[in-house]
Ligand binder design. Structure first.
Ligand code: CA
Length: 222
């Protein structure tokens, strides 16, 4: 399993490299954003560990450019700053998770395993959470075996949430996927559609699956 580290702090790179190798990952390194982007586009990695503050191209831009090119390699972002805005910017850019420096190696390994496991379950055509099943081949959603009729927008919103199940999805990510990147809300459209979606999938069940995260967006989880 190959991991790409994009990080300019040589000391940290050496520590990560050594630690990841003992966990039997093979490791590639890029010391700036441009080289990192080039490597990530050329080779297939199982995971990218991406610093935010980088020479030539920052981590947010690298992440966004990869996603814009349809490269969906899981990305864990490293940040020295733990402020909320950064976390949202990272998620908006398409990162899977992020770690605040300084972090312990065990925490990093745990995050890597979680992200890889999550990817395995969301990459398939049939995704499940609790009694909800989303089948992209049939373009069908059921809860407890009963079909849930969704509009195309509701379907796209659920698709985005379930792809990142257990993770916060930002308002911008949801809007980008359901309406497009140029769309600006005028009438709280996202909340309106999320409320319809929530009501439809909650029908006949006591457990709510879609939760609001104030100031960020939404999450689907058990
Ligand atoms: Ca850095």
């Amino acid at each position: 399993m190959a991991i790409l580290i994009i990080e300019d702090e040589k000391k940290l790179v050496d520590i990560l490299k050594r630690a990841l190798k003992t966990e039997r990952y093979s490791v590639d390194v890029a010391y700036d954003g441009e080289d990192g982007l080039a490597k990530a586009m050329k080779n297939r990695y199982s995971m990218i560990i991406l610093d935010i503050m980088l020479p030539k191209k920052d981590g947010f831009t690298v992440c966004k450019e990869l996603r814009a090119r349809d490269i969906h390699t899981p990305i864990i972002m490293l940040t020295a700053r733990g402020i909320e805005a950064d976390r949202v910017t990272g998620l908006d850019a398409g990162a899977d998770d992020y770690l605040i420096k300084p972090f312990g190696l065990n925490e990093l390994f745990a995050r890597i395993r979680t992200v890889l496991r999550r990817r395995k379950t969301v990459d398939s055509d049939i995704r499940k959470i609790e009694s909800l099943v989303m089948d992209n081949r049939k373009h069908e959603v059921t809860r407890g075996g009963k079909i849930v009729p969704l509009t195309p927008k509701e379907y796209k919103l659920l698709d985005t949430l379930i792809t990142h199940q257990g993770q916060a999805v930002t308002r911008r990510q949801l809007i980008d996927h359901a309406w497009g990147p140029d769309f600006e809300e005028t009438n709280n459209e996202l909340n309106v559609h999320i409320n319809y979606l929530r009501a439809k999938i909650n029908k006949g069940s006591k457990k709510t699956l879609i939760h609001t995260i104030r100031g960020v967006g939404f999450v689907i989880k058990e």
